[in-house]
Design a protein around this ligand. Structure first.
Ligand code: SF4
Ligand code: SF4
Length: 472
């Protein structure tokens, strides 16, 4: 049973430890020898502590910064190669009883259009997403026990997995809903969700309480301990994130890594993903009102150092970021991006008019999925629609042990090529198809293991014949 006065969150996200860490980082910012020794340690790709990471974040020495960025690129290459996993958000409902001051879905907003998808609407949305080529979704919904109870979320997941339109299928549904009970997490797990994602927004308790004045989300402990309850409910892939701009970035960066350390120490498995959203304007929210908003340079530094600190954790950015910003952070550590996204409720099947706007944030990257796939290919990346780990039961510590030993690359590389081939056959424009085919040909040559290569060749042939029930 959850205790409303739980102090557990304040133990693993200790305010004093964060302040001490930031002080230590400031005091040692000029200590080149110490910083170099941390960079050397990080080269082993086993991660570094929040204290060490905070010191790297404080470093402004151009030469050392260059080393940090180049190490981040190296680690990214080692663990993820040039693969980028694609996904799309699906907003189910923007009814919400909370009052988060940075989100236009807050309860007092009377200008935003309130919408909730019926199961028929969801079917239309999912068909539109499948017609784009998506296989992996992130479900989003406001917190509202009346409009969006857990039964509605579970029914929606079932609907989504059940839709098979032409060659389309959604093979992994990640879920980003409000902190809930162990019992509800167990139900989500049984419904077959991929990752449970919940952004902490900020780890600074006092500021958290100011930013969430009313509603269930105002309980800092309940929100911060959500991942522990999710793990207890059987969900072993969880995704962390903070909304950079709400609080000072150094504090939240340190808190985020402490949270990852807590999960690793307690459950033997760190976060599956870390998201790095930045505050964005939307409806009645103006990003300029948030004095802690961070520059592109700081954002890149954060991405690079998270990559170094937790090499085995996937990193996600959304279409909040512009094409230019995304291009830069892809090489520094990002492994998953959304494409062709709509942040409104029901926006895939029917384009919204400005009068009925229901978006959670304004999109900076408005390109279609095909344009994004083509762009990635031109940059030398392999857009991957792979969901194999979830389908093969490689989650939690099973997944992490493969990642930590680097063996996951034996799965990711051929799977990326097969799912790209599937995309090219079914959804790509002629230009993207030509680019992708060339990429697949080149990459097939680079698969070192003959058995894996043979199986990939067989699968590519199978996909070329129009069959989609291939084994990853
Ligand atoms: Fe509701 Fe989430 Fe928006 Fe807060 S951030 S108002 S909980 S939808
Ligand atoms: Fe992700 Fe697993 Fe596919 Fe690799 S094999 S891309 S880790 S789902």
């Amino acid at each position: 049973m959850y205790r409303a006065d739980s102090k557990k969150a304040e133990e693993f996200i200790s305010h004093d430890e964060i302040l001490d860490t930031l002080k230590y980082a400031e005091e040692n910012a000029g200590n080149r020898e110490l910083i170099s020794s941390i960079i050397e340690k990080a080269r082993a790709c086993k991660g570094i502590s929040h204290r060490e990471a905070a010191l790297l974040l404080e470093c402004n020495d151009p030469e050392l910064l260059e080393e940090i960025f180049s190490l981040a690129k190296e680690i990214k290459q080692k663990f993820y190669g040039n693969r980028i996993v694609m996904f799309a958000p699906l907003y189910l409902s923007n009814y919400c009883v909370n009052s988060c001051v940075y989100c236009p879905y807050h309860i007092k907003n009377k200008t935003i259009a309130r919408k909730k998808l019926s199961q028929e609407d969801i079917e239309r949305e999912v068909i539109a997403l499948q017609d784009m080529g998506h296989k992996r979704l992130a479900l989003e919904a406001g917190e509202d026990p009346l409009h969006n109870p857990i039964e509605y979320i579970l029914e929606s997941i079932k609907t989504i997995y059940g839709i098979k339109h032409k060659n389309g299928a959604i093979r992994r549904v990640n879920v980003n809903i409000a902190a809930t009970t162990v019992e509800n997490y167990r139900k989500l797990h049984e419904a077959g969700i991929g990752t449970y994602i919940l952004f902490q927004e900020t780890y600074h308790k006092e500021n958290y309480e100011k930013l969430h004045p009313r509603g269930p989300k105002s309980n800092y402990a309940y929100h911060t301990e959500a991942m522990d309850r999710a793990m207890e409910g059987g969900i072993d892939d969880v995704g962390l994130g903070v909304l950079f701009g709400l609080n000072t970035y150094k504090y939240d960066f340190t808190g985020l890594l402490m949270h990852a350390e807590h999960l690793e120490a307690t459950y033997g498995v760190g976060p599956h993903t870390i998201s790095v959203p930045r505050i964005c304007s939307a409806d009645d929210i103006n990003a300029a009102d948030f004095e802690n908003a961070i520059s592109d340079e700081i954002f890149q530094k954060i991405v690079a150092i998270i990559r170094i600190a937790v090499p085995y954790t996937g990193m996600i950015i959304s279409t909040r970021e512009s094409q230019k910003s995304r291009e830069k952070v892809l090489e520094l550590g990002i492994s998953q991006i959304s494409g062709g996204s709509r942040t409104s409720v029901g926006g895939y099947a029917v384009e919204e008019t400005p009068e009925e706007n229901s978006s959670q944030f304004d999109i900076s990257d408005n390109r279609t999925l095909d344009e994004i796939v083509s762009w990635l290919l031109k940059l030398g990346y392999i857009p991957s629609f792979c969901t194999a780990c979830y389908r093969e039961g490689r989650t939690g510590d099973r997944f992490m042990s493969l990642v930590k030993t680097g063996q996951i690359a034996n799965c990711c590389s051929p799977n990326a090529l097969m799912t790209l081939q599937e995309y090219l056959e079914d959804y790509a424009s002629p230009e993207t198809k030509a680019l992708g085919t060339k990429m697949i040909r080149e990459q097939m040559e680079r698969i070192p293991n003959p058995a894996i290569k043979r199986r990939a060749i067989e699968n590519l042939k199978y996909i070329g014949e129009g069959k989609r029930d291939f084994r990853f």
